[in-house]
Design a protein around this ligand. Sequence first.
Ligand code: NAD
Length: 328
Amino acid sequence: MRILVTGAAGFIGSHFVRRLLDNHYPQWTDAQVTALDKLTYAGNRDNLPAAHPRLRFVQGDVCDRALLDELLPGHDAVVHFAAESHVDRSLDGASEFFRTNVLGTQTLFDAAVAAGTARVVHVSTDEVYGSLDEGSWTEDLPLLPNSPYAASKAASDLVARAYWRSHGLNVSVTRCSNNYGPYQHPEKLIPLFVTNLLEGEQVPLYGDGRNVREWLHVDDHCRAIALVLDGGRAGEVYNIGGGNERTNLAITQQLLELLGAGPEAVRRVADRKAHDLRYSIDDSKIREELGYAPAIGFEQGLADTVAWYRDRPDWWKPVKHGSDGVAG
Ligand code: NAD
């Protein structure tokens, strides 16, 4: 079996590839993996093994049709993670978000149709649904994105639907809640706060900190993607959640405790534009259809993540001090 993974040097894509190489997903044991990544500021070649007999790393752009036409033939499946992923950056300038997330997805799917790729999973986000005060999102709710990032992902989800309907592409879409875990870029909330606290710096908390996010460990997200890859139906969307709803303030307090810092380590900053108040996922479809259930409890997962950053300044210091990100 051969699988092509886009965005494979990013946070979630690299976790998925490392798990494929560990033979963690039964249907993909001993699969040959082509890891495609442009290596933007968010991609890091060191997130993947330097060399592995079943890994081929290709530095390239999902918008490059000629490259995709050369690479895709012979692959049994594609898992599409590549994206610009940071909401704050999309507020500062959205062109790259629409180029990679929308045109890149369309270019990849055109190439997959041309190559006759048997199976595609398009990795999307719960942010496409917007924000909600109560209840939880099911897959059939309207797309009401509020940030340019979320709009570009919503558009890419519609590209997936259209390529299924128009061209018969065997593609499923996943929409996951916020991920956390090792190798996440320190521009995102949890690693930013953890690394700031490790360096004795304050953490910048948006507004009153009452925004609610649902958190899922990256390992559970990747296992859900593998389930969709194997058993998901073409043209269908699968929400993936963890059931761990927390306010940003509660997360901040947990991190202060884990790192032995006091409330003086928190610096309030002006709220993000159109900051979504609450995200909440109803993931009963993937649980009932594909037997998904998250395995990593939030408290344990967060403590393990903090321990990983504590142990790996060699990984995050160069990434962080080369970047200009703020809290995600
Ligand atoms: P990330 O920013 O860590 O990684 C994105 C990767 O894509 C990087 O390695 C980058 O170099 C690569 N990339 C960017 N533009 C590219 C291009 N034009 N061609 C090829 N590669 C390119 O993001 P992540 O957090 O790993 O997210 C991966 C996917 O999961 C994204 O599609 C994102 O929308 C989705 N998602 C993320 C979360 C989350 O909490 N992080 C939650 C739900 C869904």
